[in-house]
Design a protein around this ligand. Structure first.
Ligand SMILES: Cc1ncc(COP(=O)(O)O)c(C=O)c1O
Length: 425
């Protein structure tokens, strides 16, 4: 036996379960503490009761595999029921889709389906995606993976798609036009009807990225907060992504991708019979597929129902409104654009040319982190991003008090440059 056990090697003998679990618990000590409402990204908390339901469902389906829904018909029905409920919320009576592992995978599926449709129906040889600079990076990832060219168009002063620029960019090679409800960086809803009609004019697909808004905007509308239409009620919208693991309050690993019809959905599936183990059909990027997030999402949706989601959306939007009002009340800070849902970005007021009064947003982000708040830094322009969810409501007064104090702390300091927004580790 080798005496030397490298520090990274597996233990030679297994360890007691209690020790192992204690180590895992200890590893979390430096993670963001999302359950206390001080995190505005990454984890969205529907409350202890919602978590408890998800955890029990997760335990039931921890080991199940949705690769083969003939072996696990339960997962087949979970998937089709969730897609059906979502299609209903998004006004797509004929819509059909699948569950994926998250927003990125749903977007990859939409890009692939649009490419294959454009090749099959229009014979495109050099297909393009036209998208605003505000669209999620996952569309560029899809273009990179599936060999599409990208044409990025700017946004207006209000941080929505510049329609003139988009009209110039959409043309005979366009396979997919992208629009968001809402977009991530500033939280504004794009003019979906105008964009969808440009796509339809050239026979291209139009994807609405509602990864953030898919389980907020329908309930906001029921609560009387109307937005210009953006879902399958808009002619020309061919697919929509909506993430259950964001404001659907399910645990991580589950999103819905819907196509307007079964015919359009077929461009997403991979059906292969050319190897030694028979026919292999998969609906998304995965092979083996955990049943855990699917079952947990099913349970959370049933547990909340329309009433429960309306209650959480009401709390979320009121919290986001209070934060926006609080930020606007601080001298030298502003909200970018006019987001009316649960996302926002705060930035320095460009009119503030007085160096004594100026605010460095990234220094402010640091000062807030020192006070135990997690906000994402982003840019351009340098700004702090917040995704508000119901779990933040309990901390809003403390947040605004700390923001005001932290702003005074950094006011007049040197303006730094952000060099890195995210890391791979
Ligand atoms: C609008 C939007 N689209 C897509 C995504 C990607 O989702 P995921 O991180 O689940 O892959 C995000 C993530 O924040 C998003 O905000």
């Amino acid at each position: 036996m080798n005496d030397h056990v490298p520090p990274t090697g597996l233990p030679e003998s297994g360890r007691p379960a209690d020790d192992v679990l204690a180590d895992l618990t200890a590893k979390r000590s430096h993670d963001v503490r999302w359950a206390d409402g001080r995190t505005f990204a990454l984890v969205f908390d529907g409350g202890e009761d919602v978590r408890a339901v998800a955890e029990e469902a997760a335990r039931l389906y921890l080991h199940e595999n949705a690769l083969n829904t003939l072996a696990f018909p339960s997962l087949g029905s979970i998937q089709s029921e969730i897609c059906g409920w979502t299609a209903d919320l998004l006004h797509g009576p004929e819509a059909a889709g699948f569950l994926t592992s998250g927003g990125t995978e749903s977007i990859l599926c939409a890009v692939l389906a649009a490419r294959d449709r454009a090749v099959a129906e229009r014979g495109l040889t050099d297909p393009e995606i036209v998208l605003p600079v505000s669209a999620h990076a996952a569309f560029h990832k899809g273009a990179h993976m599936f060999g599409l060219r990208t044409r990025t168009v700017p946004v207006t002063d209000g941080w929505t798609t510049d329609l003139d620029a988009m009209a110039d960019a959409v043309g005979p090679d366009t396979a997919l036009v992208v629009t968001s409800a809402p977009q991530y960086p500033q939280g504004t809803v794009d003019p979906v009807p105008e964009v969808a009609s440009m796509a339809a004019e050239v026979g291209a697909s139009c994807h609405v990225d509602a990864c953030m808004g898919g389980f907020v905007l329908p309930f906001a509308e029921m609560e009387g907060r109307t937005t210009p239409q953006w879902d399958f009620r808009v002619d020309g919208v061919t697919s929509i992504s909506a993430d259950l693991h964001k404001l659907g309050y399910a645990p991580k690993g589950v999103s819905v991708i819907l196509h307007r019809s079964r015919e359009l959905r077929r461009y997403q599936t991979f059906d292969f019979d050319g190897w030694l183990a028979g026919r292999y059909i998969t609906p998304n990027m995965q092979g083996t597929r955990s049943g855990l997030p699917m079952a947990a999402a099913w349970a959370v949706m049933q547990y909340l129902g329309v009433d429960g989601y309306r209650r959480l959306v009401r709390t979320t939007l009121e919290t986001a409104d209070s934060i926006r009002a609080g930020v606007r009340a601080i001298d030298g800070l502003r909200i970018l654009g006019d987001p009316v849902h649960h996302l926002l970005a705060m930035s320095a007021d460009p009119e503030m040319d007085d160096t004594i009064r100026r605010i460095d947003l990234f220094a402010l982000g640091e000062a807030m982190a020192d006070r135990g708040w997690h906000l994402d830094r982003q840019g351009p322009p340098p700004s702090l991003h917040m995704t508000v969810s119901a779990g933040n409501a309990k901390a809003v007064d403390e947040f605004l008090a700390d923001l005001s104090q932290a702003t005074e702390h950094v006011r007049g300091g040197p303006t730094g440059e952000v060099t890195q927004y995210a890391t791979l580790e």
